[in-house]
Design a protein around this ligand. Structure first.
Ligand code: ADP
Length: 436
């Protein structure tokens, strides 16, 4: 302001000097030209500052100017600050949005209107075997070339979703959906449904197995009954009795199967095994007695209890433990030919305790061992059926043991015999109360 006034004064002084020398008209002309030049210089300087500012990094304020330009610069500064703050806010919202997209359990690919990948999260990189740095900007169907996927993309995702079995990672199954957004853009969402699919396959196999297991004895029962209905009067009473006995055996087999299925269902849906103090020594004495009854003198059954001072109790469910131990003992009897030996033991091991059943029976080939606890898995189907097996015994044992934090160990040599043991950790054991 002051400099402006000084310049005006200088121009006036110059004008009066010139007026003294050359007279009024020329003085006015020279004064006008000098004033114009000064004004021109003033504007030029500020325009130059404006240009310099536009080239400076975003956010740099314009230095203050004089006169009218100061008002212009102040206004520009204010607008530029506002737009800078807005941009910062947008950038941080975008950053948060990307963080959220990265944290999503699903894969996300953002596509441009011509289906080029604009952005992807880590899950999408894993699902489709892509790399953001390398693949962004490329058409998605040139990168994921599985025909089903390409067709789905070209159809515009008209079907609600696509189930895609990845050809890059064995066992990976994805559910793909297309979500349109913005101006003709699309988002591809991929979800890993491998686990769900495995469960679904297991469920289907299970239903098929149960139906098969029930149908076999049912067919036999129906066959017998039809034979009897068609010619009851032709059969002698002892023949009728024989057929009815066979039908009864098959019905009992179905009943056992249903009982085992109900036990499994109860174990799966039930709460924890509980904290009953189960005295194991008397329990295994009973189990050994039952095994002798089942063997009916065909095997030598022995029991060895070595738990040190007094008994050790297991915290859990007496009913479940009885069922698990009885299953192992009856398997030993059923899979050991007559004349064999079966040895039951209950002893302390490495701070914990172990119930084991050892036999010198038919043994199991190594390839079957990892699968024995699967429902309906049998290493020896003929012998299992013949001896009334359901194929569910070891599945039940495994469930019960895991409810007691215990583990099932199987050692076996084909043709020589097997050893099944249930190992309980120290945390599941307690000393029995002192008898008064
Ligand atoms: P199952 O009712 O058929 O006996 P399990 O689940 O109890 O069913 O056992 C699964 C399979 O493991 C059996 O079919 C059998 O082939 C094998 N198995 C179990 N125990 C023994 C054993 N002590 N000796 C040999 N094979 C055994």
């Amino acid at each position: 302001m002051w400099t402006g006034a000084a310049v005006a004064l200088a121009v006036l002084a110059l004008a009066s000097a010139v007026a003294g020398l050359f007279g009024g008209a020329i003085a006015a002309l020279i004064t006008f030209i000098a004033g114009g030049l000064l004004m021109h210089g003033y504007h030029l300087r500020n325009v130059q500052r404006l240009v310099e500012w536009t080239r400076a990094p975003v956010g740099t304020p314009i230095p203050p100017a004089r006169g009218t330009w100061n008002l212009v610069f102040a206004d520009l500064n204010r607008r530029s600050r506002l737009s800078y703050e807005m941009r910062e806010q947008l950038a941080s919202s975008l950053e948060r949005f990307r963080d959220a997209s990265q944290a999503m359990p699903d894969g996300i690919l953002y596509l441009s209107a011509d289906d080029r990948i604009e952005w992807m999260n880590h899950k999408a990189e894993q699902h489709f075997g892509l790399e953001a740095g390398r693949d962004c900007g490329l058409p998605v169907t040139k990168l994921v070339r599985q025909p089903d996927f390409v067709r789905f993309m070209h159809d515009g995702g008209q079907a609600a979703s696509l189930v895609l079995h990845s050809d890059r990672r064995a066992g990976l199954t994805l559910m793909i959906q297309i979500v349109p957004f913005g101006d003709g853009q699309r988002m591809v969402v991929s979800r890993d449904i491998s686990q769900l699919e495995r469960l679904d396959t297991m469920r289907r196999d299970f239903v098929a197995n149960v139906s098969h297991e029930l149908r076999t004895p049912l067919t036999v029962v129906i066959g017998f009954l039809e034979t009897l209905v068609d010619g009851l009067e032709e059969f002698r009473p002892d023949e009728v009795k024989h057929y009815v006995r066979l039908a009864l055996d098959q019905s009992l087999r179905m009943e056992t199967l249903i009982e085992d299925l109900l036990t499994l269902a109860a174990l799966e849906s039930g709460a924890s095994a509980g904290e009953q103090r189960v005295a194991v020594s008397p329990l295994v004495l009973d189990i050994a007695e039952d095994a002798r009854l089942l063997s009916a003198g065909r095997h030598e059954v022995s029991l060895d209890i070595a738990v040190g001072d007094g008994d050790v109790v297991v915290l859990g469910s007496a009913k479940e433990l009885r069922s698990a131990f009885a299953n192992l003992a009856s398997n030993a009897v059923r899979y050991t030919p007559a004349g064999g030996t079966i040895r039951l033991s209950w002893r302390r091991v490495d701070g914990g305790a172990e119930f084991a059943v050892e036999d010198n029976g038919i043994g199991i080939e190594p390839r079957h061992i990892p699968r024995l606890t699967e429902r309906f898995y049998r290493a020896d189907l003929g012998r299992s059926r013949e001896s009334g097996g359901t194929g569910l015994g070891l599945a039940i044992v495994k469930h019960i043991l895991s409810r007691h934090d215990a583990e099932l160990h199987v050692e076996s040599e084909y043709g020589k015999g097997s050893r099944f043991s249930a190992r309980f950790p120290a945390a599941r054991l307690a000393q029995p109360p002192v008898q008064s």
